[in-house]
Design a protein around this ligand. Structure first.
Ligand code: SF4
Length: 478
């Protein structure tokens, strides 16, 4: 595996620091908030409050293959299977559910799942076959214990200290399992209205304050003054709530600093996104998906701005040297519409690799590049989220990115979790083909719940898209 570039290393550190600082703050008894990804983080930063992001956490839990377990836990609490998978995972986590490693209570040894692990390879690099089973042997170093659902609130009630500590240690060792409990929640529904109910439920469940910024769906392309006034007034109300939560006064200097950092991060992030315009691209589109979590987690911090500037430099270097983070030659370029199926990333990537398809356009990525010069512009910037703008604006954004990033086709994820996003995609597909002359293919899946993804269907849709892109080229050449 290629060594991560300096920008990637710096971003990993920034995100780790955000979570570790929040965890330590929580242990010290300081309030820690849970925030929706497009809540104006600059407001909380003005109070020096620690904030973490359940959407990123849910994506991480799903990528660690525990999405189904926590989605099911939420369903068992009474939340419908039709609710967004991120919300279900987060609600289950808020109710205390965690994934733990199974162990033998007598020996305290973890019970290894024989189905886990990678094949053991010989000196020739080939898998070693077990003579009795005729199947490849497993490398014991890569094998992991069985997993089970546990509840942290029950564990915390265990009186025996040794037993309690051991059970805490038996939690699956992933960062997402260590996210501190919330003392307040910050919700902005510019992303979707599921968010509102999700955060209201957490606030009620944990009996904590909810700071809500309501940004209604905008039918117009522009954001008029009345809308700006509506949001600005809510910023004022949020500031008053945050003063109570933090026990501090609004610090204008800290706020300005946070805005400066957020703008610097946004500009560096947009630069990173723009590198996908190069042909061949100096990075894999899947890297862009991963870095989105970094923008969400830390965009108002100076170290995030610096790390993204470093990442932009890495990509500039890749362009100069003709290298790329894409681990195969780029034959075709597509826009990937929607959020990836995090539990199925290898399955998602494999057919793209086999066909030489790189993802060079993602509407969701530049949507995190909030750039503004004053509070009115900040209010306007937060109005512009993919799910809260009119279809005309949505089509214009996407077609602009498709043209600039030179795509040959569009791959649409009909994401069962994200209904506000998936609902208008059939009409968008029609417009992309009409306006851009590129083929589109859609597949059914889910960003967090693996039960809604069918690998065989996905593979055939990618093959179909590849054939349609090649046929399109043949027509153009003729
Ligand atoms: S925008 Fe979609 S994926 Fe995100 S929280 Fe809302 S429903 Fe879930």
């Amino acid at each position: 595996m290629a060594k991560p570039s300096p920008g990637v290393v710096a971003l990993r550190k920034v995100v780790d620091d955000v979570y570790e600082e929040a965890r330590l703050a929580s242990l010290r008894g300081e309030p820690v908030g849970w925030s929706s990804s497009k809540f104006p983080c600059e407001l909380a930063a003005a109070f020096g409050l620690h904030v973490v992001y359940p959407e990123n956490q849910a994506a991480g839990i799903a990528a660690n293959r525990n999405g189904e377990m926590l989605c099911q836990a939420a369903e068992d609490l009474g939340y419908d299977n039709d609710i967004c998978g991120y919300a279900r995972i987060s609600l289950a986590y808020a109710a205390g559910y965690r994934v733990g490693r199974k162990f033998d209570p007598v020996t305290k040894e973890f019970i290894i799942n024989p189905a886990s692990g990678k094949p053991l390879k010989g000196e020739d690099g080939k898998p070693i076959i077990d003579e009795t089973t005729g199947k490849p042997k497993k490398d014991p170093k890569t094998q992991t214990p069985y997993e089970e659902l546990v509840n942290i609130f029950d564990i915390e009630k265990i009186e025996d200290e040794e037993e309690r500590e051991f059970r805490l240690k038996a939690l699956k060792p992933i960062r997402q399992n260590r996210m501190p409990k919330p003392d307040f929640v910050l919700c902005c529904n510019n992303i979707c209205n599921c968010m509102t109910k999700w955060y209201e439920n957490i606030a009620r469940m944990a009996n904590i304050p909810l700071v809500m910024i309501d940004i209604p769906y905008n039918n117009d392309v522009d954001v008029d003054d009345s809308k700006v006034r509506y949001v600005r007034a809510q910023f004022d109300a949020a500031i008053k709530q945050l003063e109570k939560i933090s026990g501090r006064k609004f610090d204008e200097k800290k706020f300005e600093e946070a805005c400066k950092n957020a703008n610097r991060t946004a500009q560096a992030w947009l630069k990173v996104c723009d590198y996908l315009q190069y042909k061949p691209a100096p990075m894999s589109g899947f890297d862009l998906f991963n870095h989105m979590a970094d923008v969400v987690t830390a965009r108002a911090r100076v170290d995030a701005a610096e790390a993204f500037e470093l990442l932009a430099k890495d990509l500039e270097e890749n362009v100069k040297t003709g290298t790329s983070t894409l681990p195969f030659p780029e034959k075709k370029r597509v826009m990937f519409e929607g959020i990836p199926c995090w539990p199925k990333l290898p399955a998602l990537f494999k057919p793209l690799k086999e066909n030489g398809i790189n993802v060079t356009a993602v509407v969701y990525a530049p949507a995190f590049g909030f750039v503004y010069n004053n509070l009115d512009e900040m209010a306007k910037a937060y109005y512009k989220a993919p799910n809260s703008v009119s279809i005309e604006q949505g089509v214009a954004w996407r077609e602009g990115i498709c043209r600039a990033n030179k795509v040959d086709g569009v791959l649409v994820h009909y994401n069962r979790s994200c209904k506000p996003w998936s609902g208008y995609m059939a009409e968008m597909q029609r417009r992309f083909t009409k306006d851009l002359g590129v083929p589109c293919a859609g597949f059914d899946g889910d960003q967090a719940d693996p039960r809604n993804f069918n690998e065989a269907q996905y593979v055939t849709r990618v093959q179909g898209l590849m054939e349609a892109m090649e046929a399109n080229d043949a027509v153009k050449e003729a």
